[in-house]
Design a protein around this ligand. Sequence first.
Ligand code: OXD
Length: 331
Amino acid sequence: MASIEAQSRRLARFPRPMKITLATATMSPEGWREALAHAFAAAGLDVELHAWDGRPTGATYAVVWLPPAELFAAEPGLRAVFNLGAGVDALLARDVVPAGLPIVRLVDAGMATKIAEYVCFALARITRGLDRFAPAPHGSRGWQAASSREEPPRVGVLGLGAMGLAILEAAARFGYPVAGWSRRPRRIAGVETFADSAGLEPFLGRTEVLVNALPLTGETRDLLDRHAFARMPRGAHVINVGRGGTIVDEDLLAALDEGRLASATLDVFRVEPLPAEHPFWSHPKVTVTPHLAAPTPHGPAAGQIAAALAQLEKGVPAHELPGYVDRAVGY
Ligand code: OXD
């Protein structure tokens, strides 16, 4: 147990109430402010929360989504930055967080189940041929009998983080033969796993529905290109719930046009919102959705941030927290 002297030294170093700045860019700050205030109070943290308005507040922590560079110049006392999302590619690409300032991202926080639900819906749509029914052809009433394939297609999930694991688990529960690929070898009971560049080719070769759940890093950018699609069985499907930058758009379109791939369900894009002139909008084999597969639930996300902040305040080093971002790796 820390001595009273050590505790008061720590309190003097980090005056109470702790000031936290909230910079949410495209997300509305209101819901976040409420959820965070509730979570901090529940964690017994004495906190003053300010929505970033361009003026310094003497903050020791920042909770952010796409924060402006000025925030970091104005708040030199920051001890850590919490990212209001699982992916940090956009944050790292902006290169605004000073080197050495720890970044902590969300891990699952209620998003994994939702992303798995989205993927299972896309799987059901493929296996039941749901596109035959909507919209109903003019004047038609009643359905044409159609044979459906008895064997479920082999599903392969790229990325075995919290999201990838939830997708694998859900797909397996519905009887799909599943396999996963990750950067480093992983063992998962009941799941065939592949790793590294050597494992990518056999993984793609067995995969009839490819689900991308990878973070966007230097290694995963453009990973799914024409060479990757050429390795997949003819007539395979692609579902992207990771990041748009992992897929080479032109190569995906060419693979769909050639019939090598049968469909693509895309929730994420290189540029978001997807530009009006992008060919994905009108391609008959492509379904686009506006990055909604895994909405970030305020309550669990705020609870996770409060728990991590409480750990930091107890002296736990940032790199020991779940969600600590290793900038060299990119997530
Ligand atoms: C995230 C996302 O990064 O929703 O959390 O894409």
